[in-house]
Design a binder for this molecule. Structure first.
Ligand SMILES: Cc1cc2nc3c(=O)[nH]c(=O)nc-3n(C[C@H](O)[C@H](O)[C@H](O)COP(=O)(O)OP(=O)(O)OC[C@H]3O[C@@H](n4cnc5c(N)ncnc54)[C@H](O)[C@@H]3O)c2cc1C
Length: 320
């Protein structure tokens, strides 16, 4: 079985989600390779060599400088053909979803979406994905090769194998004329300080219990004290209290920090599916019957307006 993993990168770093998918693919066995597409990315490709791949293919050309999907479809088509990959895996992101969909159309291949895990069944790749509003996990397969899959963000952590570094192999690709018709005019970056919720080891998440957009200052203050990031439930994102980029759950991001502190979050199933893989879950909620206490590791029943500032103060005092 040969597997190719799309290694997405931004600002000089390969995305944690891509490396997590590469690590999971390597753990399954077979011949696993990664592919880095961009301009001036040879060193970046080498940096991905310790996560269990035998080869990192690099398509390095100024034509791939902008993070546009369509030229990447050309690059992946060429690398799939060159490597004979039977499986092509992507860590979910806006760019990866576009590239995966484009590649599926180009290769007339099947793409399974929202995958949370893989296994081998008699040598055949089988994926798991949530269904029925994330209440059940179902097995999904493919009827042809290459098998394409987009993996939910945060599903796997990157694991360095400590084995031999992958060899880096260049593949020359010239994008199709129609793939270069779109040009990136401007790219805006979200202004954030501290880690993103995908990368953070500590997340302080806020729900409707924060009471108002201003209530998020409590979550931000506690996150700053802990060196973490702020996340939110859909209820508060829909209400315009916090940006969508911070939403965790079924229709948001999946995260797996070491510590997840939930402030005023009821623990609906659609939220739970996005954060249940966190190391330790701490819930602060004034309702002792809130569902979040059914799966939290530590629960505090009380008013977050009293508890969160005190906690931030104690963390700061301890750090000092
Ligand atoms: C198809 C679909 C997809 C969805 N996708 C998502 C998703 O991706 N992510 C997501 O989060 N939700 C999602 N939802 C919504 C989800 O069902 C819940 O409605 C939402 O998670 C609730 O958000 P909440 O916990 O902030 O609010 P609530 O459920 O209103 O909970 C607020 C909590 O705050 C507590 N509280 C209030 N005041 C205080 C206080 N002073 N101190 C302490 N505690 C206090 C209350 O006891 C309560 O438990 C989805 C729903 C559907 C139908």
């Amino acid at each position: 079985m040969t597997t190719l993993v799309f290694l997405e990168h931004h600002e000089g770093a390969i995305q944690k989600g891509s490396l997590g998918v590469l690590s999971r693919a390597a753990a399954l066995g077979g011949d696993v390779a990664g592919v880095v597409v961009g301009s001036g990315v040879a060193d970046l490709a080498a940096s991905a060599g310790s996560y269990g791949a035998s080869t990192i293919y690099v398509v390095d050309d100024p034509a791939f400088e902008s993070p546009l999907p369509q030229p990447r479809v050309d690059a992946l088509e060429a690398v799939v053909s060159h490597s004979g990959a039977e499986n092509v895996l992507f860590g979910a992101s806006v760019l990866a979803a576009d590239v995966a969909a484009g590649l599926a159309a180009r290769l007339d291949a099947g793409l399974n979406w929202d995958v949370t895990d893989f296994s081998l069944d008699g040598g055949a790749l089988v994926a798991k994905r949530p269904a029925l509003g994330d209440t059940v996990l179902v097995d999904v397969g493919w009827t042809s090769t290459p098998r394409l899959a987009l993996v939910r963000s945060g599903a796997f952590d990157p694991v360095e194998t400590g084995g031999a570094a992958a060899s880096v192999e260049s593949v020359a690709v010239t994008p199709q004329d129609f793939s270069t018709a779109a040009r990136m005019v401007e790219q805006a970056h979200e202004e954030t300080s501290g880690p993103s919720i995908e990368d953070a080891e500590v997340i302080v998440a806020g729900g409707r219990g924060l009471g108002s957009p201003d209530g998020f200052k409590l979550a931000e203050d506690l996150a700053a004290a802990l060196g973490g990031a702020v996340a939110a439930t859909r209820a508060v994102v829909d209400a315009g209290w916090y940006p969508y980029a911070a939403q965790v759950g079924q229709t948001g991001k999946s995260v797996s920090p070491k510590l997840y502190i939930a402030l005023g979050i009821s623990g609906a199933i659609q939220h739970k599916v996005g954060m249940q893989n966190s190391g330790a879950i701490v819930a602060i909620n004034k309702d002792a019957n809130a569902p979040i206490f059914d799966f939290a590791d530590f629960g505090v029943v009380g008013d977050l307006n009293q508890i969160a500032p005190k906690l931030a103060e104690l963390v700061r005092a301890r750090k000092a």
